[in-house]
Ligand binder design. Structure first.
Ligand code: PLP
Length: 387
C-alpha cells in the first residue's frame, strides 16, 4: 500500500537470495498445466491413522505449549527408533529435540555453533538453505564439489578445504538432489578425515528411510566417533508424507544439544503440541517407517521403467525420492532453459541441477521427484515419451 511516510531502508542480511528455482518452476507448472515433478513433496495423502492420532490429541486437550525440547513421548520414540536402527542410545531428556522441520533444526544447529569468521564446508550440489544459514551466523560457506558424474564425496578435496577456522561440515545422505547414498566405508573415511579436529558434523538425514535395493542408511549415529561430534537431523514430513506439518527432530551429544537448545528456546521455543502427540502414537508401530524403502522403491522402478523408453539417460537413484536424468541426447540447452522447455512445451516440471551449485554448474542434468501417485507418474511419462 502506498503511504506518504517513508519505510526505512535496510541493508539485506542475505543480498544474494532471490526467488528460488522451486518457486519459479512451480508457478510455471501451474500456469502451463504441467505435471509438477519439480518440488519435493508427495501429491498423495498421509496414513489416516496419523490424522486420527493428531485429532485425538487435540480433542484430549493437548493444545497448549509442550516442554521446550518437545513432548517427552515423542523424544522417547525418536531415541528408541535411532537405537533400534543405528545402535546409538541418545538420552531423550538431554540429547533429542523436536523441531519445526529439518529446516529449523539445521539453521538452529548452525547458529548454535558458528561464530563470525568461522568456515563451514558444504558439498555441492546441496540443499539451498545451508549457505544462507551459515551467512546468517556470520560464517563463510566453503564449497567442495562432490565428484562430477558420480556425486561421490572426494575426501582428499574435503581434507584440503579444512583450515583452522573450519567449524563444521554439512553432509546429506541420502542425497538431494543426486539420490546417492553414502556407504559405510565413506562414513569411516569421513571419521578419519575429521579425526584430530574440532569440526562438528551437521548430518542432514531427512531421507533416512528411503534407501533402496536392500542397502542400509549409514547414519552418523552408527559410527561412535562421528556421533560424538554430530547433530543428526531428520524430518517427520518426509517420513510420514506430511511435509506441510513441518515437524522434525535433531539428536546430538548432550554438550552440543545444550547449545542447540539455547538457540531453539528463543527461536521457535517449541513445536506444535498435538502433532507431536500424534506422531509419538504413530511411531509406536515401526512398520510405518520400515515399509518406506519398499513403498518408494516401487515408485522409483515404475518411473525408471517409463524413462527407459525415452532418450533421457537415467542416472542411479539409490536413495531419497529423486531421480536425475542426463538430457544431452535430447537437447543442448542449459539446464534452466531445458527445464523451462520441459515445463512449458512437454508439460512436466523438473529442477535444473545447476540450481544446487554455488554459481551454477552445467551438466545437462535435471531432477525429477517421484513422490507422486502412480497416475501422476504415468501422466508425466506419457508426456516425456514425446521427447
Ligand atoms: C536435503 C533436505 N534437507 C532438509 C529439507 C527440509 O525438511 P523439512 O521440510 O522437514 O524442513 C529438505 C526438504 O526438501 C531436503 O531435501
Amino acid at each position: 500500500m502506498s503511504s506518504s511516510f517513508p519505510t526505512p531502508a535496510v541493508t539485506s542480511r542475505l543480498p544474494q537470495v532471490g526467488t528460488t528455482i522451486f518457486t519459479v518452476m512451480s508457478a510455471l507448472a501451474l500456469e502451463h498445466g504441467a505435471v509438477n515433478l519439480g518440488q519435493g513433496f508427495p501429491d498423495f495423502d498421509c496414513d489416516p491413522r496419523l490424522v486420527d492420532a493428531v485429532d485425538a490429541a487435540m480433542r484430549a486437550g493437548a493444545n497448549q505449549y509442550p516442554p521446550m525440547a518437545g513432548v517427552p513421548a515423542l523424544r522417547e520414540a525418536v531415541a528408541a527408533k535411532i537405537a533400534a536402527m543405528y545402535g546409538h542410545a541418545y538420552d531423550p531428556g538431554s540429547e533429542v529435540t523436536i523441531t519445526a522441520g529439518a529446516t529449523q533444526a539445521i539453521i538452529t544447529a548452525i547458529l548454535a555453533i558458528v561464530h563470525p569468521g568461522d568456515e563451514v564446508i558444504v558439498l555441492d550440489p546441496c540443499y539451498d538453505s545451508y549457505e544462507p544459514n551459515i551467512e546468517l551466523a556470520g560464517g563463510t560457506a566453503v564449497h567442495v564439489a562432490l565428484t562430477p558424474g558420480t556425486f561421490e564425496p572426494d575426501f582428499a578435496r574435503i581434507a584440503a578445504a579444512i583450515t583452522p577456522r573450519t567449524r563444521a561440515i554439512v553432509i546429506n545422505t541420502p542425497h538431494n538432489p543426486s539420490a546417492t547414498v553414502w556407504s559405510a566405508a565413506q562414513m569411516a573415511q569421513l571419521a578419519a578425515t575429521l579425526r584430530g579436529t574440532d569440526i562438528i558434523v551437521v548430518a542432514d538425514e531427512v531421507y533416512e528411510h528411503m534407501v533402496f535395493d536392500g542397502a542400509a542408511h549409514q547414519s552418523v549415529a552408527r559410527f561412535p566417533e562421528l556421533a560424538q561430534r554430530s547433530f543428526v537431523v531428520s524430518s517427520f514430513g518426509k517420513t510420514y508424507h506430511v511435509t506441510g506439518w513441518k515437524v522434525g527432530y535433531v539428536a546430538a551429544p548432550a554438550p552440543l544439544m545444550a547449545e542447540f537448545r539455547k538457540v531453539h528456546q528463543f527461536n521457535v521455543f517449541t513445536v506444535n503440541t498435538p502433532m507431536q502427540h500424534g506422531l509419538a502414537a504413530f511411531m509406536a508401530e515401526p512398520a510405518h517407517h520400515l515399509g518406506l524403502p519398499a513403498f518408494y522403491q516401487r515408485k522409483r522402478d515404475l518411473f525408471r521403467a517409463g524413462l527407459a523408453a525415452t532418450r533421457l539417460r537415467v542416472l542411479a537413484s539409490r536413495g531419497s525420492y529423486f531421480q536425475c536424468v542426463d538430457y544431452s541426447a535430447v537437447s543442448a540447452l542449459p539446464e534452466a532453459d531445458f527445464c523451462r522447455f520441459l515445463t512449458t512445451e512437454i508439460g512436466v516440471a523438473a529442477i535444473p541441477l545447476a540450481a544446487f551449485y554455488q554459481g551454477g554448474y552445467e551438466q545437462r542434468i535435471a531432477r525429477f521427484c517421484f513422490a507422486k501417485k502412480d497416475e501422476t507418474l504415468q501422466l508425466a511419462l506419457a508426456r516425456l515419451a514425446r521427447l
